[in-house]
Design a protein around this ligand. Sequence first.
Ligand SMILES: Cc1ncc(COP(=O)(O)O)c(C=O)c1O
Length: 407
Amino acid sequence: MQESYILNEGYNSQNLISHSSGAHIYIRNKKYLDLSNCAGSQILGHNNLIIKKCLKDLSKKKISNYANPNIHAIEFSKTLKKVIPNFSKFVFCNSGSESIMKALRICRALTKKEIIINASGSWHGSLNETLYNADKNLNNLSLSDGLPNDTKNKIKFIPYGNIKKSKKILDKFKSKTCCILLEPIQGSLPNIANINYIRFLQDYAKKNNLIFFLDEMITGLRDEGKSFQTNNNIKSDISVFGKAFGGGFPLGVIAISPKIYSKLKKKKLKIFFGGTFSGNSINMYVANKVTSYLTKHKIIYSSLKKKTLKFSNTINKFSEKKNLDIKVYSYCSMARIVFSNRTINNRSQRDFFEKKNNSKIQNFQNFIKQNKIFYPKNGIIFFSNAFTNKDLSFLIKVFKEGLNKYF
Ligand SMILES: Cc1ncc(COP(=O)(O)O)c(C=O)c1O
């Protein structure tokens, strides 16, 4: 086996992707149906016409990167203001993790408090502050070596969906808390949102002067070309976006509400946001074109929703008929197979029930790969507009065969 010079936990010399087109990626010149779509960033599919046009434009319009303010960041922020109208100011970053790290800096600066209340089962990227999972007793489990000692004590988990238990924990820590952070729909269990729970947290934060922080990295631009909060009449104080807005180019956006912005101005706080590639012209130009296109072509969303529902409904009916120990959860264009048919309400229950099926899961995943389907390591399936009905029928056929064989 050839050595890699890249230190990457996902490295396997047999799995290196070389190129892509539409709904497919290529590994060692073999074509695979891609279920990752750049972890949900490529709603239009790989090398789509918008991206191709952008790449031509960049050369024709002589757009480069400058590490300084530019008109493309302003243009993109004007488009963003229409798509996520609850916010008045945007800070541009290059990843979701960077935007969350800097948004937490704002939360601490404004409140002078440091505890982050986090809904269990959420994922917020690779920053030190959030690289923890909750175990079934809501104790913090570190997800990496090398985290600073003090971050562990500064994140407290509340059980996603459980208002009574969450309130108890919130009451205990509210005097030291800067923000309540959660994904409105969790990639770990994408399902119908628990709107009552999200509203409870929104209202609790408002009443107790805590910052209500929604992580919309996945949900932003995923439902009808809007955000989760716009569609559900939820108002966060601060939010982060990225993924689909960038169309496969690196992007993180901190969106700041007028209320938070006026506090920031009044307090004259000195918060550092900058970076060489923050709001860089190339990403801003592409993000503006992709976002404008997606918001104008709503038909893409209805078609994607239909395909995702067909996938989840067909597999769930098949599973019920055959009494298989699996269930598909889905939201808009994302889906996840949970390898247990028990009623599951949160990630720690999911992990607990899936554990006994670990070897079956491995066999199933190998079978999927042998059938030229790329199934992402984190288990979150994202459909793209490049997926044809033929691709979908093929996917359903292979999944049925694999599930029947191993479950
Ligand atoms: C909900 C959520 N937040 C944050 C992140 C981190 O984003 P990034 O990987 O761009 O740093 C992700 C990435 O998958 C995510 O799904």
